[in-house]
Design a protein around this ligand. Structure first.
Ligand code: NAD
Ligand code: 2HG
Length: 527
């Protein structure tokens, strides 16, 4: 039975799903040396934001197949390191959207009415109504930075509160922003005009310290800023200075450059600042959602099924994946075949999608499947859908994708051509009845053979007796032929022979075959 380590608190609903297929060990608050020590026993790791899944953890996880992040941000996981090791990383892109949006809205309202400070004051025995004179959000301008899932929900609710909405997001169109009721503007204008600014974008090298001393200086003195996205998007020292000096009116933060928040000048700010300990996703509903979402994906991957929200493999909707799946199998088989025909050190792979297949919207998974097949002979199970692209890049394999919708021989066909140490070879394949693979062409010679585990290909002159000679030679080595087919373009010209054999070809026989008069070349392939 596979083993799953759960290293952060995860809702029971998720643990129940994992327990259907795996032994589940919940060990939270593990020091990183301890995690590194035990991770080699596990097939899967499930975390929230608390565990740092570093390269050292990934390298020590010799059996790891999947890392599940019960939440959105995967910045606590070294995704490139996982990808290099072929480990799938999955998250729950939508499970906590509402929770995080509601937290940001709650922060905005709390900032406006000083609710945390007023609460503390009453509990301390005071009744000070003058000190907590607030402001209304009604008719104020809210600037949303990052108009994705959370930003859009914030916009919908803020609109209902009677706010005017500005948005800055370089990756969405003005039409989309308008649909959500926002005017798309540049960041400078948003920062200058907004009464409230709320951040809902990822932390990347470009967004680190997006809000800094310079940008804070352009904001209104009455402006209040909320960050429930990621720590580090705001320069915390510059923010504390801006609040202390009255350059802006306040800030509410849920996330910090370093978590847990240590000694920080943010802690010394008065009621103009509200700090919560990364609670954006902490609702009962969100924790159930993300736990189920990620546990189901871990279960599926452990059962050999694809994950629906992998962050390091081409994302596909389950219905699209279902339709494409037979073609992925076709691509992998043909990749494996052409990789062996081309020999080691493949320099280039040309992936040609033909007929119906040329019309597919997302061909990337087909290309990845072809690369996985191409590299599988050399790398065996070390190559998978996660790392095939990287492995190919590291080997300098130049991948070209072409499409030809006009090829009408079959509804959809795939041609792969590879150049390697044994020269340039091409294979074409189709799906019969939607799922049965047929190889229909080898090096431009028409054939029609199903791929089988052990195959022998020859390039020879089409002449009487040659087939018999190969048959006798194989017989003398006790090799049983299951099927045989010849493909030729012209009578007595060049031809290919494709034999399916029951067992691997014994050592030495290939060189004997090439000595047969008329045989130009021979290749053995195991699929
Ligand atoms: N506090 C929490 O507990 C909590 C919970 C959930 C999500 N989050 C964080 O909230 C953020 C938003 O999550 P989401 O689910 O809405 O993500 P999303 O991917 O749906 O949206 C992010 C948006 O940011 C935009 N963006 C990217 N770079 C940008 C840039 N330089 N400037 C402006 N916009 C940019 C993208 O185009 C996208 O529209 C993420 O950082 C996520 O990690 C925090
Ligand atoms: O695990 C958490 O509670 C935080 C989740 C949040 O930061 C996210 O990115 O989904």
């Amino acid at each position: 039975m596979p083993k799953v380590l759960v290293s952060d608190p995860i809702d029971q609903a998720g643990l129940d799903i994992l327990s259907q297929v795996a032994q589940v060990d919940v060990k939270t608050k593990l020091p990183s040396e301890e995690l590194i020590k035990i991770i080699s026993n596990y097939d899967a790791l499930m975390v929230r934001s608390g565990t740092r899944v570093t390269q050292d953890v990934i390298d020590a996880g010799k059996q790891l197949k999947i890392i599940g992040r019960a939440g959105v941000g995967v910045d606590n996981i070294d995704v490139p390191a996982a990808t290099r090791r072929g480990i799938v990383v999955v998250n729950s892109p939508e499970g906590n959207t509402i929770a995080a949006a509601e937290h940001a809205l709650a922060m905005m309202l709390s900032l406006s009415r000083y609710i945390p400070a007023a609460d503390q004051s009453v509990k301390a025995g005071n009744w000070d109504r003058k000190r907590f004179l607030g402001v209304e959000v009604y008719k104020k301008t809210l600037g949303i930075v990052g108009l994705g899932k959370i930003g859009s929900h914030v916009a919908t609710v803020a609109r209902a509160l009677g706010m005017k909405l500005l948005a800055y997001d370089p990756f969405i169109s003005s039409e989309r922003a308008e649909q959500i009721g926002c005017r798309l503007v540049d960041l400078d204008l948003l920062l200058r005009e907004a009464d409230y600014i709320t951040l809902h974008l990822p932390k990347t090298p470009e967004t680190t310290h997006l809000i800094n001393a310079e940008s804070l200086a352009t904001m209104k003195p009455t402006a209040r800023i909320v960050n429930c996205a990621r720590g580090g998007i705001i320069d915390e020292e510059a923010l504390a200075t801006a609040i202390r000096s009255g350059q802006i009116a306040g800030a509410a933060l849920d996330v910090y450059e370093s978590e847990p928040l240590g000694t920080s000048s943010l802690r010394e700010l008065d009621m103009a600042a509200i700090l919560t300990p990364h609670l954006g996703a902490s609702t009962e509903e969100a924790q159930v959602n993300v736990a189920i979402d990620v546990a189901e994906q871990i279960r599926d991957v452990l059962l050999g099924l694809p994950a629906r929200s992998a962050v390091n493999i081409p994302g596909l909707r389950p219905d699209v994946l279902e339709k494409l799946r037979p073609y992925l199998q076709l691509a992998e088989t043909l990749g494996n075949l052409v990789g062996q025909l081309a020999g080691g050190r493949v320099e280039s792979l040309d992936v040609r999608l033909q007929g119906e297949l040329a019309q597919t919207d997302n061909s990337q998974p087909v290309v990845v499947a072809a690369l996985k097949g191409l590299l599988s002979h050399a790398l065996q199970e070390r190559v998978n859908y996660v790392n095939a692209n990287i492995e190919a890049k590291e080997r300098g394999i130049h991948v070209i994708e072409t499409r030809d919708a006009n090829v009408q021989d079959y509804t959809g066909s795939l041609q792969l051509s590879a150049k390697g140490s044994l020269g340039e070879h091409s294979v074409t394949g189709v799906l019969l009845g939607g799922s049965e693979i047929r190889v229909t062409d080898i090096d431009d010679f028409p054939i029609n053979v199903p791929p089988t585990p052990y195959m022998l290909f020859t390039l020879h002159r089409d002449m009487p007796g040659i087939i018999g000679k190969i048959g006798s030679l194989l017989g003398s080595f006790n090799v049983n032929i299951a099927s045989m087919q010849v493909g030729r373009k012209i009578v007595r010209g060049d031809a290919v022979m494709v034999l399916s054999i029951d067992d691997p070809l014994p050592e030495g026989i290939l060189s004997e075959i090439t000595k047969v008069p008329g045989i130009r070349d021979a290749y053995t392939v195991s699929l």
